[in-house]
Design a protein around this ligand. Structure first.
Ligand SMILES: [Mg+2]
Length: 393
């Protein structure tokens, strides 16, 4: 059976939310992003700002140069997340098969619900109307028989767009487009393709798939297939994960913070590994202590960013222990939970070039190496240095 996929993309999302919330910003070039001082980049530019040549990912410095009269605003992620939640709730009314690819963009597989709602186009219009009515925002909708074409369609008619692509539209509407419009074609691939005199999607569709694979790898073949209108990728809804946690009951009560910390070290390692293997990150870290008298204490801290990084999570749990455990109190059980979870690719964070991210990057590299070893040799064979120290005691 042919699938029916809808791609919904909010128009200039962050900027549109700011314009909605402040009438003075309406009709003005609004630019949301970092600061010049911190070498920030543009997250979103309103359509008015785009007329000055300002676009996302451009340096703030360049944006100011091109549009000195613009209204420059910081990224208010909490606000955009809340609005995003409302948008996703609207999608859920039409199908549970919703794959959010960022705060303001999602694929919906409506193959199973078309009949119920009177067809895909009806669903598309209803979603647009509801977003406008409830949230005073505009979205662009693309409808097609696969993800690639649905996303392309939503982009074709932006802003406030509505576009349906059928197999019959391929030659007339898709093939004349520049290859830069292809999903997954970055500027480097674009250069490579242009060097091969491939400038349009139609030209790409004519190149032998085996040749594309030889030149550009698996991604090359996939691109060639997409250009021919073939894309079998499924819409993958992110199932809700509430939390990931581990706890341990001791055979004999423990009353030394040093020892408790070492146990938490191991539990944290486990929790972070699980998060990473499920491509999740969390924001809230909770410490649970059950005392010998069965009294249970839980204490939580919420970080300012999502992570599945061992060092970052362990630093939090260690601090919670230091703050809330009184040395000498006999402990029966200890545990750690990471909650407030999000899928890795659902997390939108500002691109940052600062020094303080270097350390984190290094930690993440270590995580990645350990994860690889874990996957290859089994979890037990790879242990962080501290764990070894403990076991040698
Ligand atoms: Mg968008």
């Amino acid at each position: 059976m042919e699938r029916v996929i809808i791609h919904v993309d909010m128009d200039a999302f962050y900027a549109a939310v700011e314009q909605r919330d402040n009438p003075l910003y309406r009709g003005q070039p609004v630019i949301v992003g970092g600061t010049v001082e911190q070498r920030g980049v543009v997250s979103t530019a309103s359509y008015e700002a785009r007329k000055y040549g300002v676009h996302s990912a451009m340096s703030m410095y360049e944006a100011h140069r091109r549009c000195p009269q613009g209204i420059y605003l910081p990224v208010d992620m909490e606000k955009y997340r809340a609005v995003s939640q409302e948008i996703m709730t609207i999608f859920q009314q039409y199908t549970p098969e919703v794959e959010a690819i960022s705060l303001d963009e999602a694929f919906l597989d409506v193959t199973g619900s078309c009949k119920l709602f009177g067809g895909a186009e009806n669903i598309g219009h209803q979603i647009k109307n509801e977003i406008k009515k409830k949230l005073q925002l505009t979205a662009s909708v693309g409808i097609a028989y696969n993800k690639f074409l649905a996303k392309l369609a939503s982009d074709l008619d932006k802003p406030d767009g509505f576009c349906v692509l059928t197999p019959n539209d391929l030659a007339a509407k898709v093939w004349p487009l520049p290859i830069g419009k292809m999903m997954g074609v970055g500027s480097k691939t674009e250069e490579q393709l242009k060097a091969m005199h491939i400038k349009t999607i139609g030209q790409l569709a004519q190149v032998d798939l085996a040749l594309l694979e030889r030149l550009l790898g698996k991604a090359g073949r996939q691109m060639g297939e997409m250009a021919r209108g073939i894309d079998l990728r499924e819409v993958e809804p992110v199932r809700e994960h509430k939390s990931v946690g581990r706890e341990t009951t001791f055979p004999k009560d423990i009353q030394q913070s040093q020892l408790l910390e070492t146990v938490l070290f191991e539990l944290t390692d486990d929790v972070c590994y699980t998060l990473r293997s499920q491509k999740l990150k969390g924001k809230t870290v909770t410490l649970k202590i059950k005392y010998a008298d069965f009294k249970v204490v839980t204490r939580a801290v919420t970080m300012d960013k999502y992570t599945a990084n061992f060092e970052m999570v362990f630093a939090q749990i260690k601090q919670l222990l230091q703050q809330h455990y009184r040395e000498g109190m006999p402990v029966r059980l200890i545990g750690i939970t990471v909650s407030h979870l999000k899928a890795e690719d659902e997390i939108v964070e500002q691109t940052s070039l600062f020094e303080d991210n270097k350390q984190e990057e290094k930690h993440q590299k270590l995580d990645a190496v350990l994860d690889k070893l874990n996957a290859k040799y089994g979890k037990e064979s790879v242990i962080r240095a501290r764990k070894l120290e403990w076991e040698q005691e």
